[in-house]
Write a protein that binds this ligand. Sequence first.
Ligand code: IPE
Ligand code: IPE
Ligand code: MG
Length: 273
Amino acid sequence: MLSRFLSVTARLPDRSLHAGAAPPPPHALVKRGIRRESLPRHVAVVMDGNGRWAQARGLPTAEGHEAGGRALERTVRLSRDWGIRALTVFAFSQENFGRPQVEVDYVMALIQRMIRKNLDEYVRTGVRVHVIGDPSRRPASLQGTVREAEEMTGNNSRLHLALATCYGGRWDIVQACRQLARQVEGGALKPDDIDESLLAGKLATSVVGELSCPDLVIRTSGEQRMSNFLMWQSAYSELYFTDALWPDFDEDEYLRALKSFQGRERRFGTRNV
Ligand code: IPE
Ligand code: IPE
Ligand code: MG
């Protein structure tokens, strides 16, 4: 298992990744028929299909995750350059702990390596890093990197990048309820005072403030399910599914998702007259 998972992990330099890579020109969106004034403010992504991408190439799964990491770096840069305000990506679910330990360890180490590698760029370019999910399930070294990244980017506000790691939508609701229950127990809150906004304020995504609900949720790899991602926060999100595997998610794919979003009529249960 170990060798099948790791056998081709020699690092190849990826020239597209360096901080100096030219951002797309500001008119790229307009040229593609995207209205800048009605972009989604918060985009969330279920980054799925790394394993199948690797399998299709006869590569070990680890290489699929590496390629997925590169797709994430691209997506962060595009989001930042286009003026999207928040990007929440599903990097590792609580259910993913059910995978072989070697894969769990690899993905955790990859997330840490990616944060470290990009941190300077994020500090310089206004990206604020958040890692959301159960901190008690993160390896200690990753936890240290998370603290450092959150601290070093804490004054940034151009793009909030939330990496959902050891995250589960149901866990998020439960941990929010626990916080409220403690307040009730301590006498600071009455049960009847609890409303949607109070609960939402305790969810892990509340780190991005009023942007905490995604306008658009993208899922790659052809699966059409949420897999316990942002269960509360996606109540009124527009959903976009593409067959592209996550490592192949590029500027064209992202623009197609944005185009689809801009063709939707969001009613939030009301009548648009
Ligand atoms: C998503 O890709 C990454 C993680 C869940 C960590 P997968 O690894 O689920 O890829 P597939 O679904 O097997 O193709
Ligand atoms: C969802 O993908 C989790 C992440 C992308 C991190 P999965 O591959 O775990 O989802 P299922 O098992 O197909 O529902
Ligand atoms: Mg998957």
